[in-house]
Design a protein around this ligand. Structure first.
Ligand code: KIV
Ligand code: ZN
Length: 508
């Protein structure tokens, strides 16, 4: 049975989804989950693109054990040196460099000849190899590249030292039969192909990214580049959960599997949604809310008699379990810590102390605490940024015959300021009061409220997206009172904006 490597690019190509940028704390939390999931390689970012990306790759390299940590780099000297600086402390590291090869890109975007592109690719692979043994090269827009030239580039970069050659369908243009045939041609024509792993990187513009990647596996690809929930540039990337479960479910066809611990799939999917604010469509394969829901009476009848009549994947195998009651008011620190361990959270002692305090506060408001409640608390704790603004108090008045108003008391640095504002509803009034105190100039792009578990005492979770001067951030807040959760989410986003304007550090 062949082992197909899973190269996860949620933190790099996934982060290129509109509005999906993540801070270092969020990236680290996700990288730790990717390690639990068992991915082979984490593309942790594009080191030269910003100080934030550089620091995130470095931190992940220092703190995340298991997978190879990789940085993207254009085929440019400064990019490759920066990528090396970012990954050099990781126990297992890779540099992934790329250059376009299609005539469309070379002629209109880069204005270089095929010969120049080839020469630069070879030189930059050699430079990357002078730092690290594990070098990956991607001929960008491969699927619109002349096949003979593509084979020439692939052969030359392998000679220059690339140990993985990644064939990207950058614009999601290919279809499965064609893409599979392209991989076969590369295998047949490139003389030194046995010295490298063939990887594929498919975009989903025609909704074909997963089937194209699987066609490539059937034709000899040994690595799939993908993202959790398929997030990524435009229509996204190949979805990790789809290809992994297709390989597992149809081993009879592929005779191949991955190292993925599939029971971690749902948790990874939910974490990505929580961190990026990008929800999964209900009918999304594997991780959508309806993926295992059977509505038809005929199907339900079959399932009751024998599960395999209508179920090709056991829901438990992707980590879907019925909601579990875990803790309550009387649970102590030890029980809390044990449950966190079982859920896979590995917190510092400060984070643990704060999370336990939040848990106790929640247990006073809510009788039963579920795993989902704990995950919400931990996400809030781990993704926290230094607080310039913090909520001291909030009271609202609203009703059918009353103009809603909110009085908010905020700590701003050392000062406590309060303000009362009217609004169209209690959230609007609260946001107006907060904006007046903080003199916020940002605009609200998105506001989402959801109940984390069932019941009227459920923890409400609010996600907001703010934009100011071209920068956008997301804020989260959770509380049994949704107005308080809304205030917390807005303040969290304002704190993120304040922190990021302090470190306005973009290099390019
Ligand atoms: O889609 C693409 O071509 C890429 C490359 C950088 C691999 O993301
Ligand atoms: Zn891509």
């Amino acid at each position: 049975m062949r082992k197909i490597k899973i190269f996860d690019t949620t933190l790099r190509d996934g982060e290129q989804s509109p509005g999906a940028s993540m801070n270092i704390g969020e990236k680290l939390m996700l990288a730790k989950q990717l390690a639990r999931l068992g991915v082979d390689i984490i593309e942790a970012g594009f080191a030269i693109s910003s100080i934030g990306d550089f620091e995130a790759i470095k931190t992940i390299g220092n703190e995340v054990e298991g997978p190879i940590i990789c940085s993207l780099a254009r085929a440019k000297e400064e990019d490759i040196k920066r990528a090396w600086e970012a990954v050099k402390n990781a126990p297992k590291k890779r540099i992934h460099t790329f250059h376009s090869t299609s005539d469309i890109h070379l002629k209109y975007q880069f204005r270089v000849s095929r010969e120049e592109a080839l020469k630069r690719s070879i030189e930059m692979v050699k430079l990357a190899r002078s730092f690290v043994k594990d070098v990956e090269f991607s001929p960008m827009d491969a699927t619109r590249t002349d096949i003979n030239y593509l084979c020439e580039v692939v052969e030359a970069v392998i000679d220059a030292g690339a140990s993985t050659v990644n064939i990207p369908d950058t614009v999601g243009y290919s279809i499965a039969a064609e893409f599979g045939a392209m991989i076969k041609t590369i295998r047949d024509k490139v003389k030194n192909i046995d010295k490298a792993v063939i990887s594929v990187h498919c975009h989903n513009d025609l909704g074909l990214a997963s089937s194209n990647s699987l066609a490539a596996v059937l034709n000899g690809a040994g690595q799939i580049e993908c993202t959790i929930n398929g997030i990524g540039e435009r229509a996204g990337n190949c979805s990790m959960e789809e290809v992994v479960m297709a390989l597992r479910t149809r081993r009879d066809i592929f005779n191949a599997d991955t190292n993925i611990n599939t029971e971690e799939i749902m948790k990874s999917s939910k974490l990505v949604t929580k961190i990026t604010g990008i929800s999964v469509q209900p009918n999304k394969a594997i991780v959508g809310a309806n993926a295992f829901a059977h509505e038809s009476g005929i199907h339900q009848d079959g399932l009751l008699k024998e599960k395999t009549t209508y179920e090709i994947i056991r829901p438990e195998s992707v980590g879907l379990h019925s909601t579990k009651l875990v803790l309550g008011k009387h649970s102590g620190r030890h029980a809390f810590k044990t449950r966190l361990k079982e859920l896979g959270y590995d917190l510092t002692s400060d984070e643990l102390n704060n999370a336990f305090e939040q848990f106790k506060r929640l247990a006073d408001q809510k009788k039963d605490i579920f795993d989902e409640d704990i995950s919400a608390l931990i996400t809030e704790e781990v993704t926290k940024v230094p607080e310039i603004y913090s909520l001291v108090d909030l009271s609202i008045t609203s009703g059918l015959k009353q103009k809603p108003n909110a009085t908010v008391k905020l700590k701003v640095g050392e000062e406590v300021i309060d303000r009362m504002e009217y609004g169209d509803g209690p959230v609007d009034a609260t946001y107006k009061a907060i904006a007046a105190i903080t003199k916020a100039k940002s605009s609200l792009l998105k506001f989402e409220v959801k109940a984390i578990t069932g019941g009227t005492d459920a923890l409400g979770e609010v996600m907001v997206s703010l934009e100011e001067g071209g920068r956008s951030v997301r804020g989260h807040g959770a509380d049994t009172d949704i107005i308080v959760a809304s205030a917390k989410a807005y303040i969290n986003a304002l704190n993120k904006l304040a922190v990021s304007s302090k470190q306005r550090d973009s290099l390019s």
